[in-house]
Each structure stands twice: as C-alpha cells, then as structure tokens.
Design a binder for this molecule. Sequence first.
Ligand SMILES: Nc1ncnc2c1ncn2[C@@H]1O[C@H](COP(=O)(O)OP(=O)(O)OP(=O)(O)O)[C@@H](O)[C@H]1O
Ligand SMILES: [Mg+2]
Length: 443
Amino acid sequence: MRVSITSLRARFLLSILLWVALGIGAIWYSSVRLFTTHVEDQYHEELEVHVRELGGLTELDARGSPQLTRPLSDPRYAESLSGFYWQITRPGFGELKSPSMTQGELDYDIAHSPKILHRVENGPTGATIVYGFLRDAPGGAPVHFVIATDERHLQRIISAFTRELTVWLALLALALLASGVAIITFGFRPFNRLTAAIDALRKGDERRIAGRYPDEIQAIVTDLNAYVDRNAEIVERGRVEASSLAHSLRTPLAVVTDEAELLLEAGQGDAARVFLDQSSRMQRQIDYHLARVRSGGSKAGVAPRARLDDVVPPLLDAMRRCHPGKTFSAHYPAGLSMPMDADDLSETLSNLLDNAGKWARSHVSIEAREAGGAHCIEVHDDGPGIAPDQRQTVFEIGHSNDSAHTGSGLGLSISRAIARDYGGELTLADAAQGGLRAVISLP
Ligand SMILES: Nc1ncnc2c1ncn2[C@@H]1O[C@H](COP(=O)(O)OP(=O)(O)OP(=O)(O)O)[C@@H](O)[C@H]1O
Ligand SMILES: [Mg+2]
C-alpha cells in the first residue's frame, strides 16, 4: 500500500490514529478518575466503621484506663507494622495501641471532637489516613479513639488497576488501529480497481470501464464511460467527414487535371503547367491527410500493441514481390511487440521498406529491440543514403528526389507524423552498410 501525505489513504489513516488516541485517552483518564474516587470512598467508609467498632469495644476499668473487651475483627490490626493501626488514649489514665503498632505513635489530638474526623498524617510507616473521635468519660478526661491506615495500600490498589487498565486499553487501541487499516484497505478496493480499469482504457486493452462499482463511484464511472463513448464518436465522425471531403474533391480535381492536359495539348503551355502543378500539390495534400485520418494513433487516446511476428512477415513478402532482385531480412527478439496500432505500424514500416527497397543496391534489413520500456525499430539499406543536409527536407510533404521511380514524396512525412502520434520520432542516419538507416523510436 503506497502512502503519501497527499493521499486519501494517509488522511484516513491519520484521522483513525487521532480518533483512536483521543477515544482511548479519554476512556483511560475517566476510568482512572472514577475508580480512584470509588476506591477512596470505600476505604474511608471502612475506616469509619473500624473507628466506630473500636469505640464500641472499649470500656474503662476500675482505675478509669481504657480496655478492649475483645480484639478488633480485622486481623490486619494484629500483624506487626501491617499499615493498619489503632490507638486509644485517655490522657492521665493510660494509652492502648494495636498489636500492629510495634513502633511510633499517632497524634491523638486528631480526635478532638465527638464527630468522626479524618486527615492525612505521618504514621509509623509513612503517610496515613487517620480517623478519630472523642468520647467524654465520667470524671473529666475524655477518651480519644484514633484509627490509621497507610496511604500506600490505597495507592497500591489504584496503581495496580491503572497498570492493568493501560495494558488492556493499549491492546484495544492496537485492535482498533488494525481494524481501521482493514477498513481502509477494504474501502479503497474499488479505487484500486478503477485505477487498473482506467490504465487498461489508456493502454487500449479495454474500450470502456467495465464492472460494477459502489454507488458513489459508479456515478463517476458512468459519466466517464459516456465521455469515452462520445469522444470516440466525435473522432470517428471527424474521420468519416475528412475522408468524404477528400473523396468528394477527387473527381473535381481529376476534371481540372484533364482540362489542364487538354490546354497543354492546345498549346497553352504556361497556364496548363500552373494548373497541373497546383492540382498535383492538391492531390498530395489530400493523400497525406487521408493517410493521417486512417491512422489509428489519432483514435481517442488508445494505444494498443502490435506484435512484430504478425506485422513484419506479410510486409516482407509484399516487398520481395515489389522489389525483385533485392533481399529483405528481419532481426528481433521473438514475441516482441511495439506500443502502436498494427495498421499504423504496418503503414510506417511499409513506407520505410518501400524507400529502402527502391534505393538499396541489394539488401534491406529490419532490426527491432526494447530496452527499459523504450522501443526502437530500424530499417537499414545499402543504397546511396541521404546526405545529412538533405535529411530535413526529405520529410516535407511532396518532397521527392525520385524522378525515375515516380514517388509522390509522402512516405517519410506520413511515417514521421504517425510516429509522433505515439509520442515517438522518426530519424534518419547512416547505416553500417553505407546506405540509409531510418529509426523509429517510441517511449
Ligand atoms: N532509403 C533511402 N535511400 C535514399 N534516399 C531515400 C531513402 N528513403 C527516402 N529517400 C529520399 O527521400 C525522399 C522522400 O521519400 P518519401 O518516402 O517521403 O517519398 P517518395 O518515396 O519519393 O514517395 P512515396 O513514398 O510517397 O511514394 C525520396 O524521394 C528519396 O529521395
Ligand atoms: Mg517513399
């Protein structure tokens, strides 16, 4: 999955990341807060009960010293330095401490009111939550009841909960992110299909975008197909109109030429030659543009592939018949194809082969190859070649040095126009055998 910050996928992924982080963070914070309050409340309630129980179990003996009728029900008050302590003080009459309080002392002044009060104090084993109250006794001095619990007990419960919650929520976040990625992958599948379909359309493997898409995309696909159809229709109509225009011009042109020839016979040489010259220029232009209209390269952005094995052998057969006494050969990897319409490739090659056949002394060869996605096909001959300073002018429509062979001077210009339709180029160079090397290169 290719991801860049400008891609929709990346945006969705980023949004899901933020969404999960925000959601999980909020759940974590509020759970810890709620749990802490809840546990603290329960803790305090329990301590209040214990201090009340302590008060209930206390009696004063004959000398007025406080005594317990039985130990507190919670065994943690009996365990040495357990963090659970109590202390009963009657100033002047004596003091009782829980068996757990093997060291230290609690400040009995906390219990200075008959109402149960609490606060956090420094106890025998660190910070403690202390509860206490005061009860009047006969004969003056009141009895102070104090109960204390290490805060670390409370902290331990809260941090154990927080730890466990963090692990669980982290796992949940991972699961949510994984399902987010799965959703994005699933949701974007139609786009991947659409990209492939448009690619196939562009390469000419398909003429329309096929298949069913989700409603939101189907609307675009339908529009796109309508656009493609309409484009093909417009191109086709243009093609038909151009060729009918060319055909309708043929007859009047033939009449003009006939008339000019009659004028020539009648001795009106100067005027007749102007007519004949202009008529043949018109004829060449018509032939050139007709050939261009036939070219598949102008078909609505479609660029199919032509297999050389299908195109080249029949061309060579035809050339051997047209140019007896010359030999033709072809060299290219088996199965090689060119990114061109087969008819266009055939038209281009036949122009080049025909030229080479006309001018070669004895041999013409075709060579083709593909390297790094670029294609190249060359026609070599062993004729006189074309001087470098002539290599531009021979491409002009109607330019022909071919007085003996009656060429119309269109072959090279048509071939180059077709190569350019495919984003390629036709260039002329020296062949190894001394003749011309015509090179069609396609990106
Ligand atoms: N292989 C070649 N060797 C030498 N000269 C060439 C070769 N190919 C083309 N030329 C020169 O380039 C000119 C233009 O070629 P082009 O194919 O455009 O026209 P043509 O062959 O004269 O006519 P057409 O191909 O339209 O029947 C030719 O008249 C010829 O002088
Ligand atoms: Mg030619």
